[in-house]
Design a binder for this molecule. Structure first.
Ligand code: CTP
Length: 409
């Protein structure tokens, strides 16, 4: 078990002790797997690469051997390798298999139980989860024979990744591009990096900065980057939760395994949250919501005139307070408090007044905490206790917050 309560994995060794088998078949996309192998090694994963003979025409096995420190397996009857006699040993050791790029030929063999080389034999013997990333020409991919084979693999519990659309190797534009390495890595991480202690739980996260329109050109907003909220949504999804992420403006890419509902203003966020909240087991309000919005947004651009301009603002709804007043039995509510003074006093007041179970307090004045940074320094405040965390990455902080929500309330 890699992830457990209070023994949270630091992002840089969360795959330690795990084995990922990368099964590479003949496609130009094979070059991307070298980078994937490197990224997995950085996370301290044991990486074993299987190649078809055709794959070796696209990328040299030495590339993988140098990156992984393991012999690349190609020929079932290679007498110099321990697994040649007992290839099943590798199959047993695997925590996950990723077949990427998976050619139409290899997909056809896997779907029909054909095991005529090291790659197909080993995959057939692997009891772990198998993820397939097809990579081929658009017409091959849409050929009903290939689609039938993929359907058959799905039926047997294989996870099939949708190929991307874009420029293919022959210059055609279409479906069939293998997803980028970062996406493949995320699938592997989800599969093997964490205990699924949020399985069966629905988590609603809000993130980002709302924008309140003044006119068609301008808006009022704040400095929130959305990083903390996105890290929370990602961490919950990797721990097995079904995650809905209501996202106002952010600077970062949304996590892969969350249902993302984009919103713009505080009122949009209120409407989206009030629709989604009832079904959620955990609600985490990391968004930086405007407290005031213009009384009316001008229909046309406001032209300059005179030396000063007055804008009348009205209060927005306090979404967290609204949720606290309607919290159903068993639902857990977590808010954030970003302060520039009297951090703990103000945060305790928010915990009480908004009927929250947890407030994550962070001071804008602390080095490494606050808007836009990749790190945070949080104090976790519940009705019973206050825990000051050291400076850590927002990913680690997200796991600590989830631990508190899951085990300490
Ligand atoms: N929040 C909210 N709706 C608002 C304003 C804030 O749901 N209209 C939530 C935020 O998502 C956060 C928490 O309330 O989880 C605290 O936000 P913060 O801006 O720190 O405090 P406020 O409650 O707005 O109070 P104040 O401005 O007085 O500090």
């Amino acid at each position: 078990m890699l992830y457990c309560r209070h023994q949270y994995a630091k992002e840089n060794y969360m795959l330690k002790g795990k084995t990922a088998v990368l099964a590479v078949s003949g496609s130009i996309a094979a070059y991307k797997i070298a980078n994937l192998a490197r990224m997995l090694k950085k996370l301290e994963c044991n990486v074993q690469v299987l190649m078809t003979e055709n794959a070796t025409r696209f990328i040299n096995p030495i590339t993988f051997e140098s990156l992984t420190g393991n012999k690349c397996l190609i020929d079932t009857f290679d007498r110099n390798f321990q697994y040649s006699v007992e290839h099943v040993a590798l199959a047993k050791q695997a925590d996950v298999v990723l077949a990427a790029p998976a050619s139409a030929n290899v997909i056809g063999k896997m779907a029909n139980g054909i095991a005529d080389d090291m790659l197909t034999t080993t995959i057939l013997a692997c009891p772990c989860r198998k993820i397939i990333a097809p990579a081929m020409n658009h017409h091959m991919y849409h050929n009903p024979i290939v689609q039938d084979n993929l359907q058959k693999l799905r039926h047997f519990g294989y996870e099939i990744l949708e190929p991307d659309r874009g420029m293919l190797a022959n210059g055609d534009v279409g479906d069939g591009r293998m997803p980028e390495e970062e996406v493949l890595l995320e699938y592997i991480i989800r599969e093997i990096a964490f205990d699924k202690d949020f399985r069966g739980k629905r988590v609603l996260v809000t993130a980002g900065a709302t924008r309140e329109s003044l006119d068609p050109v301008r808006f009022i907003t704040n400095h929130s980057s959305g990083k903390m909220g996105f890290a929370l949504a990602r961490a919950a999804a990797l721990r097995g939760a079904e995650v809905t992420l209501i996202a106002a403006h952010t600077d970062v890419k949304p996590p892969l395994f969350a249902k993302v509902l984009p919103v713009v203003s505080a009122e949009d966020m209120f409407l989206a949250v009030s629709r989604e909240a009832f079904g959620a087991d955990y609600i985490i309000k990391a968004a930086a919501v405007a407290d005031y919005t213009p009384v009316a947004a001008a229909e046309e651009k406001i032209k300059k005139s005179g030396d000063s301009l007055r804008i009348e603002l009205k209060r927005t709804r306090d979404i967290l307070k609204y949720l606290g007043e309607r919290k159903r039995k068993g639902q857990i509510l977590c808010g954030f408090a970003m302060e520039t003074e009297q951090l703990l006093e103000n945060s305790r007041k928010k915990l009480r007044e908004k009927n929250c179970d947890l407030i994550c307090a962070n001071s804008l004045k602390e080095a490494g905490a606050g808007f836009g940074t990749d790190t945070n320094r949080i104090t976790l405040i519940t009705k019973e206790k206050e825990t000051s965390l050291e400076l850590m990455s927002k990913e680690e902080a997200a796991h600590r917050i989830l631990d508190t929500l899951r085990y300490e309330l």
